[in-house]
Design a protein around this ligand. Structure first.
Ligand code: GDP
Ligand code: IMO
Ligand code: MG
Length: 427
C-alpha cells in the first residue's frame, strides 16, 4: 500500500472489511478505527486461526503495526479490556506501545447498554430496530448532549465520578418511570467501571498527533470503517441505521486528521447482499436461494449470532454508495459463495410510485416501497475458492464482475474467494 487508505462497507455491514483491512495492513504503518464501537464484528482468518474483533482495529495481528482508536468511536472499557486479554492470551501483544485510544473517545457506560436493551424490548413489531444492544445509540446521544464521559476522564477518577452523577438523573427518570426498573446509583456505576477505567489509562494518547507524525515521517495510514454505508446515521435507511456516520467522509473527522490525508478509498462489496437486524431490503430472498446464500456464506452475525438476511446484489443501493463515498476501487468479497447457482440476478433499477428510478428514494423508509428490477446473468458451477488469478476465474464470474464495474463505474481491484488471507486475487 503506497497510499493512505480508507476502507468502508458499501452495503449493510459484514461485507468482509476485517479480512480486507488485515490484508492491507501489511503495507500500512498505522490502522485507525474512526466510528462505531463493539457493535462491529470483524472476522480475521489466518490459516486455522479465526478471530473476531469488535473494537480493536483489525491490524492488530501484525505485530509491528500501530493500532489507534479515534475520537469518533464509542468505547466500552469492559469490552476493550476483554479484547486486550484475548489477544494477549493468543500471544498477540496489545499493549499501550502499539495500541492507543484517543483522549476524546466517548465511553459506553453501563447505563447506555441498559437503556439500549430496555428500549428495544419496549418497542413492538415494525418499530424494532434490532440493535446489537451494546449501548451504541445512547452513548452517541450523550456525546451530542454534551454529557458524555470521555476516555481522558479515566485519568481523573474524581471528575469521572462527578460526570457520572450528572449524566445519571435523566436516565434514572427513564429507568424508574418509563421502564419501571430500579434506578442506578452513581457510586455503583463508578465502582463497576473503575477497574476497567484504571486499565485504560496507559492507553490514552493524542491520536490526532500520532497520525500527523506518522504521515510526516512518510508512514501510511489505514482507516478501518465499521458497519456499512446504508447503516449511516444520515444517509442510511433511517431509522433502521446505526448511530454514527459510516461513510468515508467521516474517516478524517473521526480520527482527527484533515480531509486531505486519505488518498484512496476502497469500498468493500459483498458479491450478494446481507442485512442483520430490521429495515427495508428490496432484493431480500425469502426462498431457497436465500437459504443457499445464508448457508453457504455462513451468514450469521459476528456480534450477535443472529441469522443474516440474504439477497441478490443491489446495484441501485451500491450506486448511492459510490456517490456517497467516491471509492477509487472496490474489494469484492465472497464471490466463491455464488458458485453453484445456475442464474444470478443483479438489481439495476427500482420501480417506485409507478416510475423506474436509479437511486433509492430519499423519503423516510422509501426503500420499503420499491420493487427491484433485475438483469439476469448466467452463473457458474466451478468451485473458485482456490483461484488466485483473474484469468483463471470462470468466464461467467468475470462477466458478473465486469457488469458490476460497467454499471457502477468503479474498478474491482481486489476479489476475495474465501475467508483466508491467501484466498484473494489482485487486479
Ligand atoms: P466485516 O464486519 O465487514 O468485517 O465482515 P464479517 O467478519 O462480519 O463477515 C464476513 C464473513 O465472511 C466472515 O466470517 C469472514 O471470515 C468471511 N469472509 C470474508 N471474505 C470471504 C470470502 O471471500 N469468501 C468467504 N466464503 N467468506 C469470506
Ligand atoms: P460490522 O462492522 C451489520 C446493525 C444492527 C442494527 C443496526 C443498529 O461488523 O459490519 P446498533 O447496535 O449499531 O445501534 O444497531 O445496525 N449493525 C450492524 N449490522 N454489521 C455491523 O457491523 C453492524 N453494526 C450495527 O444489526 O440493525
Ligand atoms: Mg461484521
Amino acid at each position: 500500500m503506497t497510499e493512505n487508505t480508507v476502507v468502508i462497507g458499501a452495503q449493510w455491514g459484514d461485507e468482509g472489511k476485517g479480512k480486507v483491512v488485515d490484508l492491507l495492513t501489511e503495507d500500512a504503518n498505522v490502522i485507525v478505527r474512526f466510528q462505531g464501537g463493539n457493535n462491529a464484528g470483524h472476522t480475521l482468518v489466518v490459516g486455522s486461526r479465526k478471530l473476531i474483533l469488535h473494537l480493536i482495529p483489525s491490524g492488530i495481528l501484525h505485530e509491528d503495526k500501530k493500532c489507534l482508536i479515534g475520537n469518533g468511536v464509542v468505547l466500552d472499557p469492559e469490552v476493550f479490556c476483554a479484547e486486550v486479554d484475548t489477544l494477549n492470551e493468543l500471544g498477540i501483544s496489545a499493549g499501550p506501545e502499539r495500541l492507543k485510544v484517543s483522549y476524546k473517545t466517548q465511553l459506553i457506560m453501563p447505563y447506555h447498554k441498559r437503556l439500549d436493551t430496555l428500549r428495544e424490548e419496549k418497542k413492538t413489531g415494525a418499530d424494532k430496530i434490532g440493535t446489537t444492544g451494546r449501548g451504541i445509540g445512547p452513548a452517541y446521544e450523550d456525546k451530542a448532549a454534551r454529557i458524555g464521559i470521555r476516555a481522558a476522564d479515566v485519568a481523573d477518577p474524581e471528575l469521572m465520578r462527578q460526570k457520572i452523577a450528572k449524566a445519571l438523573p435523566e436516565k434514572n427518570a427513564l429507568f424508574e418511570h418509563l421502564f419501571q426498573v430500579p434506578p442506578l446509583s452513581p457510586g455503583e456505576v463508578f465502582e463497576t467501571i473503575r477497574p476497567f477505567a484504571r486499565r485504560l489509562v496507559p492507553y490514552l494518547a493524542d491520536v490526532s498527533t500520532e497520525i500527523d507524525q506518522e504521515v510526516k515521517n512518510g508512514g501510511k495510514v489505514l482507516f478501518e470503517g465499521a458497519q456499512g454505508t446504508h447503516l449511516d446515521l444520515d444517509h442510511g435507511t433511517y431509522p433502521f441505521v446505526t448511530s454514527s456516520n459510516t461513510v468515508a467522509g467521516n474517516a478524517p473527522a473521526g480520527s482527527g486528521c484533515g480531509p486531505g490525508i486519505p488518498e484512496r478509498i476502497l469500498a468493500v462489496v459483498k458479491a450478494y447482499t446481507t442485512r442483520v437486524g430490521a429495515g427495508p431490503f428490496p432484493t431480500e430472498l425469502k426462498d431457497e436461494t436465500g437459504d443457499y446464500l445464508q448457508g453457504k456464506g455462513t451468514e450469521f452475525g459476528a456480534t450477535t449470532g443472529r441469522k443474516r438476511r440474504c439477497g441478490w446484489l443491489d446495484l441501485v443501493l451500491l450506486g448511492e454508495s459510490v456517490r456517497l463515498n467516491t471509492p477509487t476501487g472496490i474489494a469484492l468479497t465472497k464471490l466463491d459463495v455464488l458458485s453453484g447457482l445456475p442464474e444470478l440476478k443483479l438489481c439495476v433499477a427500482y420501480k417506485y410510485e409507478g416510475r423506474q428510478v436509479l437511486y433509492p428514494p430519499q423519503k423516510e423508509n422509501g426503500l420499503a416501497g420499491v420493487e427491484p428490477v433485475y438483469q439476469s446473468l448466467p452463473g457458474w458451477e466451478e468451485d473458485i475458492s482456490g483461484v488466485r488469478s483473474w484469468d483463471l476465474l470462470p468466464a461467467a464470474a468475470r462477466n458478473y464482475i465486469e457488469r458490476l464495474e460497467d454499471i457502477l463505474g468503479v474498478r474491482v481491484t481486489m476479489v476475495s474467494v474465501g475467508p483466508d488471507r491467501e484466498q484473494t486475487l489482485f487486479r
